[in-house]
Write a protein that binds this ligand. Structure first.
Ligand SMILES: NC(=O)c1ccc[n+]([C@@H]2O[C@H](COP(=O)([O-])OP(=O)(O)OC[C@H]3O[C@@H](n4cnc5c(N)ncnc54)[C@H](OP(=O)(O)O)[C@@H]3O)[C@@H](O)[C@H]2O)c1
Length: 501
């Protein structure tokens, strides 16, 4: 089943980490699923010299190594004729003229074109300028689209500067700013859960919801990417982009329709309603930390400062937690707690929504310990699940309660999973912007984190440490509004009441 028009996908930075780990495997999976347009070429552009046949071997090897179980030689024999390679000189204006001449070969390259920026962020604008000056972004013979990877800028000002450079060559409709989190099925399932189930809507507001937690934790360290991570940190890397997108999806009003502009209008409204954090309130709303040596899966691992390429006095945060409020009618007074960290105790992306306690505690006498509120747990990865925790009577003669978790996991074991990039690449080819960020969304997200970035960049003499393999630094509990609020580390009931410290 294919629907996209014939097109050429030009991947700049095709020899890099993203293209090898994500883009080429995703395209291969789409080939296997019969989802690529019949006439579609994939032109790899990078600095290394390769012939087409050398490139075929490179791609074949990397697919065999990265996904040995999914490699099917028959599928590769269909995939191979699509693969072409074009070496380009860095910063050399004439090389874009040569690229244009190569792309003019209509027999090999359909004139509808996607240019995918899998290059380093500092190179996005150079490449787009090169393409624009060579006339490759003019839509006279077919459509031209450009995919910009994250990060889009490193603060509000740099995002606006990048945008004004891109806008000299591209209309907004030609731009696809990627946040691959939005391509995950479970993230889209949050929208289905909210907008296809009427029973949730009356509860989805400050009358019933106590607070919302959005967590992304990784057991991995920075894996040799100090050059990138030292300039980014957890706040920029995860919170400005992915976690604020999750917040927007949880908190937005029902859109007029599921069309891209309607969806993005509603997400922007939420992001703009987040109460600004003045610089003098940053400490009350934000907490940062850095991992120290410790144990990860029983293996000793080094601290962030011992990682190769990290400055010995670096205060780059590998953990960040925020408390945000959305100043609108639906969410008045409900804290949204966002946290992310590397070298944490577990790999988990999840949204945990805690409801308020009933107005009268009728069952206090029959219960030991505090009341258990209802929770809705939305697991994004690795556990894709939707669980609702409720109180039920425990069997027996006494009127005792216990917590039950209703599991509405949306994917069955025998149903195929797909990678976010598969969906997003198809969407670009189909011209569907629903899961891509509009510039006002990006700017609104930077406005939320900019004051924190400024304060943290000035405070360079101290950062809280946390042992690798733990749930983050001590002291993050000061972000909570009340004593009965605590980080929810697990999607299971057994782990529900575990506190980090
Ligand atoms: N890797 C990930 O998992 C990941 C996840 C999310 C987002 N991203 C984003 O994706 C982008 C690529 O990341 P990456 O990790 O793949 O970086 P990378 O490994 O450094 O790859 C970039 C590639 O682009 C090549 N290159 C440099 N200038 C070029 C030019 N003018 N034309 C064509 N190719 C050029 C580089 O060659 P040289 O090495 O020879 O300079 C390198 O092969 C970045 O913006 C990153 O933020 C990456």
């Amino acid at each position: 089943m294919t629907s996209a028009e014939p097109c050429t996908l030009v991947i700049f930075g095709a020899g890099g980490n993203l293209a090898r780990r994500k883009l080429l495997p995703a395209l291969f999976q789409l080939e296997a699923a019969g989802r690529l347009p019949e006439r579609m070429a994939i032109l790899a552009v990078d600095l290394e010299p390769h012939s087409d046949s050398e490139w075929h071997s490179v791609v074949s090897d990397l697919l065999r190594q990265s996904h040995p179980e999914a490699f099917d030689p028959d599928v590769f024999s269909r995939f191979r004729p699509r693969l072409h390679y074009h070496p380009i000189g860095p910063g050399d204006a004439s090389s874009y003229g040569q690229l244009r001449s190569a792309l003019e070969d209509g027999a090999r390259f359909p004139p509808n074109m996607v240019f995918y920026m899998a290059v380093r962020p500092r190179d996005y604008l150079h490449v787009v300028e090169g393409l624009g000056n060579a006339g490759l972004l003019r839509e006279d013979g077919g459509w031209r689209r450009v995919v910009i990877e994250k990060p889009f800028g490193y603060d509000l000002l740099s995002a606006q500067t990048l945008q004004s450079g891109l806008a000299k060559h591209l209309r907004e409709q030609q731009l696809f700013r990627i946040d691959h989190y939005l391509g995950k099925g479970t993230v889209q399932n949050v929208m289905v859960f909210r907008f296809a189930n009427l029973l949730m809507e009356p509860l989805w507001n400050h009358h019933y919801i106590d607070h919302v937690q959005i967590t992304h934790s990784e057991t991995r360290g920075i894996e040799g990417r100090a050059e990138y991570y030292e300039g980014a940190g957890a706040l920029r890397d995860m919170i400005q982009s992915h976690l604020l997108q999750l917040l927007a999806i949880v908190a937005m009003e029902a859109p007029v329709s599921m069309a891209a502009e309607h969806l993005r209008d509603e997400k922007v409204k939420v992001l703009k309603s987040i109460r600004p954090i003045p610089q003098n309130a940053v400490h009350a709303h934000a907490f940062r930390g850095q991992y120290e040596s410790g144990l990860e899966n029983d293996q000793a691992v080094c601290g962030y400062l011992e990682e190769p390429g990290v400055a010995p006095d670096s205060v780059t945060e590998t953990y960040a937690a925020l408390k945000l409020f959305i100043d609108n009618w639906r969410w008045a007074g409900v804290p949204f707690y966002l946290r992310t960290g590397k070298r944490m105790a577990n790999n988990s992306s999840a949204i945990s929504i805690r409801f308020k306690n009933p107005p009268q505690d009728l069952l206090r006498a029959s219960r030991q310990g505090p009341a258990h509120a209802n929770w809705i747990m939305l697991g994004i990865q690795p556990d894709e699940c939707l669980k609702v925790e409720m109180q039920v009577k425990a069997p027996g003669l006494e009127l005792k309660t216990r917590t039950l978790s209703l599991d509405a996991t949306y994917r069955k074991d025998d149903e195929a999973d797909y990678d976010a990039y598969e969906e997003l690449l198809l969407d670009v080819m189909n011209g569907d912007h629903s899961l891509f960020l509009r510039i006002d969304e990006v700017e609104a997200a930077w406005r939320v984190v900019d004051p924190i970035i400024k304060v943290w960049s000035m405070e360079r003499d101290f950062i809280n440490g946390y042992p690798a393999g733990s749930w983050g630094p001590r002291g993050t509990y000061r972000l909570f509004d009340r004593d009965d609020q605590f980080w929810r580390h697990s999607l299971d009931i057994e782990g529900a009441d575990l506190r980090a410290f």
